[in-house]
Design a protein around this ligand. Structure first.
Ligand SMILES: Nc1ncnc2c1ncn2[C@@H]1O[C@H](COP(=O)(O)OP(=O)(O)O)[C@@H](O)[C@H]1O
Ligand SMILES: [Mg+2]
Length: 191
């Protein structure tokens, strides 16, 4: 599939955030949305995932009826605290098992609760949940921010492993590790 972002504009009052953003992302590839803090990376992902509305411009795909499923990895702590990691995974994938979590190297977290995890463990669990959801578009917001080098490398490796012919992966980041893993880089400049 192809995702076409066409002439997207977004301002908050007189503050211009996105100014005619246009690019195409193809399935089987990783696109890095690169920009310094405040350049509009999260704003773009919010528009893509329907949490915010663009002032003008469109996002379309070449899928029949334009319907697509998106799986997002936000920056924040969005796992459900009352559920174990295993139960959190089952919210997006009925068949999630400890063995399946092993594939993401987080099998040992299956029975633990989100609040008991370190930052790195939490992020790895969140990435796993994002990828366990069957989707055509994966949108990751700064997945390696504030992580130690080893965990960041692991996250990048798993993003690369998830590349497949049926889905588009978009990663908002200013981490050189992500730039190196990307097939395409889209630069966001502060207008
Ligand atoms: N809901 C909002 N209301 C007003 N300004 C916002 C809102 N969300 C984001 N912004 C502003 O838009 C700009 C881009 O923010 P953001 O998309 O979060 O950037 P990034 O993710 O690249 O750090 C920033 O200047 C931010 O303050
Ligand atoms: Mg952001």
């Amino acid at each position: 599939m192809e995702l076409h972002v066409m002439d997207l504009c977004k301002s908050y009052k007189e503050h211009i955030v996105l100014e005619h953003l246009s690019f195409t992302a193809k399935s089987g590839s990783i696109t890095c949305i690169k920009g310094e803090s405040g350049s509009g990376k999260s704003t773009f992902l919010h528009i893509l995932s329907g949490f915010a509305k663009a002032d003008s411009g469109t996002i379309i795909t070449d899928l029949p009826k334009m319907e697509f499923t998106i799986s997002c990895m936000p920056c924040g702590k969005v796992l459900l605290d009352a559920l174990t990691i295993g139960e959190n995974m089952k919210m997006v994938c009925d068949t999630a098992s400890k063995a399946e979590l092993e594939r993401y190297h987080i099998g040992e977290l299956f029975d633990r609760y989100p609040k008991d995890l370190s930052t790195g463990e939490y992020r790895r669990a969140l990435l796993c949940r994002t990828f366990l959801k069957d989707a055509q578009i994966y949108a990751l917001d700064e997945p390696t921010a504030n992580l130690d080098a080893k965990t960041a490398d692991l996250i990048v490796r798993q993003i690369k492993e998830h590349k497949n012919k049926d889905s588009v992966i978009l990663v908002a980041s200013h981490d050189p590790r992500i730039f190196a893993a990307a097939d395409q880089i889209v630069y966001l400049e502060k207008p």
